[in-house]
Design a protein around this ligand. Structure first.
Ligand SMILES: [Fe+2]
Length: 279
């Protein structure tokens, strides 16, 4: 079984590169399950129901989020309207599962692939340098005890590499893959841990890399120079689609391999980051 996970889709540039290339990527790699982090898809801040449903139409099965999940009020309404609607597409949009009890939305989706394989997708958020929510380690234990699926994918939306790799080791052998999001910079540590969990500290952003994590670089540089508040707008140049392809045994749920797939705007594999002057 093959799982494609697309890193944080950022603003219109990120949506465009997904719209252009996702269908082909899914077909060429015979993907059975496609998951995408969409928390920055609406102008860099949050996600709307209309954007979520466009991703579903393009072939995404489950959308994960993170700390920006509450930025657009419509998404909270979308979650609340689906409370008694188990087949609503809103149920396939997750918020981190370790937000406190009573928070709108859910952090787990359990489904079945077209080939009939049961799977679970879990969204968790870190606590180091982030909001002080529930313990992602203990919440993962509780959720894993409650799922019967063998194929389990976790998007761990967190800031600190230490917290991400620690949760990877903690869950090694208990989940198919644990992949990090949120920092918007892909890391070069994709590997299958000894127990059979595919791991990468951060999959990287799907969006404009001539930027500071998606935002126009001049605006962020000014913020560092002056500490004054200012506008944050999505950048436009050097757009990449950052993803990982995980292949696993559908009976045991153990990962066999993990491969980074990075596409440029033209849809070509682009793992070099030399920029215009290096070419
Ligand atoms: Fe985030």
């Amino acid at each position: 079984m093959r799982i494609l996970f697309i890193g944080d889709i950022f603003g219109r540039p990120g949506r465009n590169v997904v719209r252009e290339h996702l269908r082909r990527l899914l077909k060429e790699n015979a993907v059975d399950l496609c998951i995408a982090n969409g928390e920055n898809a609406a102008g860099g801040f949050g996600l709307t129901p209309a954007i979520a449903e466009e991703f579903f139409d393009l072939g995404v099965d489950v959308i994960t989020t993170g700390n920006h999940v509450w930025d657009k009020r419509e998404l909270t309404d979308y979650f609340n309207a689906a409370v008694n609607e188990p087949y609503s597409p809103a149920r396939r949009v997750l918020r981190p599962a370790n937000y406190p009890a009573g928070t709108p939305g859910v952090g787990v989706y359990e489904g079945t692939t077209l080939a009939g394989v049961a799977y679970a997708v879990i969204n968790l958020q870190g606590r180091v340098f982030m909001a002080n929510i529930d313990d992602p380690f203990r919440v993962a234990d509780r959720l894993l005890a409650a799922t019967s699926a063998k194929v389990i994918f976790i998007d761990f939306h967190a800031e600190a590499t230490s917290e991400k790799v620690a949760l990877g080791w903690y869950l090694d052998g208990r989940v198919t893959a644990l992949i990090g999001t949120h920092t918007h910079i892909p890391t070069a540590d994709s590997r299958v841990l000894p127990g059979g969990t595919a791991y990468q500290t951060d999959v990287g952003m799907t969006g404009p890399y001539e930027s500071v994590i998606g935002v126009q670089k001049e605006q962020i540089v000014q913020r560092f120079l002056t500490s004054l508040p200012g506008r944050f707008e999505a950048a436009n140049n050097d757009v990449r689609l950052c993803s990982v392809l995980v292949e696993c045994d559908e009976i045991t749920g153990r990962a066999r391999s993990i491969q980074r797939i990075v596409l440029n705007e033209a849809g070509q594999n682009e793992e070099s980051w030399q920029g215009a002057h290096g070419k």
